[in-house]
Design a protein around this ligand. Structure first.
Ligand code: 3HC
Length: 311
């Protein structure tokens, strides 16, 4: 059965078609997808925190309403992705427990503090901008449920990026103090956003196999450079500068280049020793405990309904 299954799987990949939950798949394919999709879901859920902290401090009702909508979207993205991960045979409780126990990764980017309102602009513009760069190719991931979840998520991400860009544009065209606040936020979020794409290609253990299985369509460095090229143009419109004097377009290679990134800092963040790791995990554990009554009530209601149906 495995020989037949493998032949069918390899044909699907060779034809660049879709693998669906009931198709035979190599254990390694299932494992790496469960790893990536669950980490992606955790990133969306933890990613709600930096912005949620500014909902009560938004400068206007309009900004508050937009920020509330964005944070709600991130929660929804998390739920789509947990559902996509569950089709690989692991239930949501187990994924949640791994996160709460500090055993699961989530994106490095959410371990940095959002210090001022301008950070809401920098996060929307740079972090959601990077997420879009990474997620559009994932719409074509070979695993059906993942690719399809990405299509819906990417539509909402573009709104997230536009509202961030608009916050920065308004500040940049405001008072000198507002412009400085926007520039300061861009200075702090630029390098962490570039590192979101993952380690350099020659230090990326999963890339080769993920690309062979049509999960990852472009390498970490390729997407990082593509994102940089987009930000260079948009920074001009914003009237803000990217904090990297080594940015240049490499004519010979046909791609953008940036200055050195602090991969030691990246490793520290991934090891749980970033600026906000402890705070983000503490908040997540608290929120999980505070939400226990909702889960219990929903389970009790479902049990009552089931009993009534079988009565
Ligand atoms: N943060 C945390 N861990 C990271 C990371 C990051 N930014 N980049 C890489 N890593 C980890 C990988 O998970 C891997 O560890 P593991 O084997 O224990 O999982 C290790 O570092 C080596 O990296 P690789 O390049 O070999 O790993 P991948 O092939 O998985 O590539 C990736 C990393 C590009 C992030 C890929 O996993 C991916 O595309 N994931 C889906 C996208 C995603 O998770 N995005 C989160 C962004 S935030 C977000 O979406 C919310 C938005 O609304 C703002």
């Amino acid at each position: 059965h495995d020989a037949e299954g493998l032949a069918a799987f390899e044909q699907i990949i060779a034809q660049d078609s879709r693998v669906e939950p009931r198709d035979w798949m190599p254990a390694g394919y299932r494992k790496t997808l469960l790893r990536q999709i669950s980490q992606h879901a955790h990133s969306e859920i933890i990613g709600m925190q930096p912005e949620a902290n500014w909902i009560t401090r938004a400068p206007s009702l309009k900004r508050k309403a937009i920020l509330i909508a964005k944070v709600q979207d991130e929660a929804g993205h998390g739920l789509y992705l947990y559902s996509a991960a569950e089709t690989l045979g692991q239930n949501r409780d187990r994924m949640m427990d791994d996160l709460l126990a500090g055993k699961a990764r989530y994106s490095s980017i959410f371990n940095y503090p959002a210090r001022t309102w301008a950070d809401m602009g920098a996060i929307g513009w740079l972090v959601d901008g990077a997420a879009i760069c990474n997620q559009v190719p994932l719409c074509r991931a070979s695993y059906g449920p993942y690719g399809r979840a990405m299509v819906r998520i990417c539509k909402e991400e573009s709104f997230h990026q536009r509202q961030g860009f608009e916050i920065l544009l308004e500040l940049s065209n405001g008072t000198p103090a507002q412009k400085q606040m926007a520039q300061d936020a861009v200075n702090r979020w630029y390098a962490p956003a570039l590192m979101m794409f993952g380690p350099p290609d020659d230090e990326s253990p999963n890339s080769k196999q993920s690309m062979a299985w049509n999960i990852k369509r472009f390498s970490n460095d390729e997407l990082r450079r593509r994102f940089l090229g987009m930000m260079v143009e948009q920074a001009k419109v914003l009237g803000l500068t990217l904090p990297d004097e080594n940015i240049r377009y490499n004519e010979a290679e046909g791609h953008w280049e940036h200055g050195p990134l602090d991969w030691d800092e990246f490793a520290e963040v991934l090891a749980g020793r970033g600026p906000c790791n402890a705070q983000r995990m503490e908040r997540r554990r608290e929120a999980h405990e505070n939400g226990a009554w909702v889960r219990e009530a929903a389970a009790a209601y479902a049990a009552k309904r089931a009993a009534k149906e079988h009565a």
